[in-house]
Design a protein around this ligand. Sequence first.
Ligand code: NAD
Length: 420
Amino acid sequence: MELTEQMTPFEAVNYFFQRAASNQELADSAIAMLSGTFRELRVQVPYRCDDGHMEIAYGYRVQHNAARGPYKGGIRYHPDADIDEVRALASLMTWKTALVDVPFGGAKGGVQVDATQLSEREKEQVTRRYADQISHIIGPTRDIPAPDMGTNAQTMSWIMDQYGRKVGHTTQIVTGKPVPLGGSFGREEATGRGVVVTMEEAVRELGLGEPEDLTIAIQGFGNVGSWAGHIAAERGYRIVATSDVNGGIYAADGFKVDDLTAHVHESGSVVDFPGSEPISNEDLLELDVDVLIPAALGEVITHENCEAIRAKLIVEAANHPVTPVADYALEDRGVLIVPDILANAGGVTVSYFEWVQNNQEIRWELDDVNRRLELKLQRAYRECRDFQQSHASEDMSFREAAFSLSVERVVEAATLRGYL
Ligand code: NAD
């Protein structure tokens, strides 16, 4: 597969899969299976708007691979959540769950709506209708959805309720639920916490210095970006810039993240936070900071801006924020990138913990959840590094090592089951 900037998101994910496949000399059947998807469902999602007229949205559920366990992956509400994007995200889930060694496969869902323009009543209608339309292919041992961009714990509550109307009360059908409905302590912040845990592994490895001496810019102050900011600030790092869809803010001395969160709750945006200067989303990426955390959309670092990136470390909180061309260019310049399948795997890890707790009808304490999460991600980070070092002759990047290790695990499971 040729490396170009014109690759679609699914082609970009498959580029790294193909690299791993050729390093491991995988059979053609394995390449065909894992560069495609197992099942793709496209559904119409009609909903009545508050002004009385009907709209028809399109939704997808893509199941990529389930050799290692039930399909698992979030549901995204975004106008760009088309079939190619959802395939890419489903495939990333297969590699992510294998990398952190949780017993799931990979899937993803998407509904092409702008969640910011929907009222709560409209969102509930979209969610219940979409849940009905995909209900025949999901299930607590088949495919377990979770939140992603544009969806949250409330969305998961509606899905659980709608699914339960058909089959009876089933907490394990979704993860990322509110705690009173069987959600896990620590799930809401888990992806952001995982971003910080993997960042700290990289900071130590690179010898970047003490937290107080390090600056961080975070693109996107949604669930993942805001929690990463909170937890990093708690550990002493200086968050000097962040943004949302409306624009960005910068403060050389760093923000008080709690005050910023209060400002966002009041005003709906990070923009105009007292004591900050405005900055564009594009300029934020090019700031002279130690660590850059893209935590919004995919493909924000490309061949066009990668030369201007000044951070020494990029931690991919968002899914595929760096295009493959930019990835290799940054790697050549010695920038360490903690890849999405490792950096943002904290969410699916605690989703797994939630599912385990639901299956047993028990609840773990917050400290217990956080301790298990840290251990799992620290181990995954170490295993990627060990894999890279033990294949030194193949000259693989950290991302290539992460993919290769995951591919090895998925192929092993598929072979044991007799698929390959
Ligand atoms: P979210 O909807 O809570 O937040 C998204 C943030 O990005 C918001 O601040 C939004 O304003 C901002 N944003 C949207 N469009 C933007 C644009 N054009 N320019 C700049 N900022 C923009 O979503 P989230 O759950 O925090 O997810 C963020 C990323 O993390 C996504 O790529 C998602 O796939 C990934 N991710 C999320 C989870 C999870 O558990 N939520 C897990 C793994 C990966």
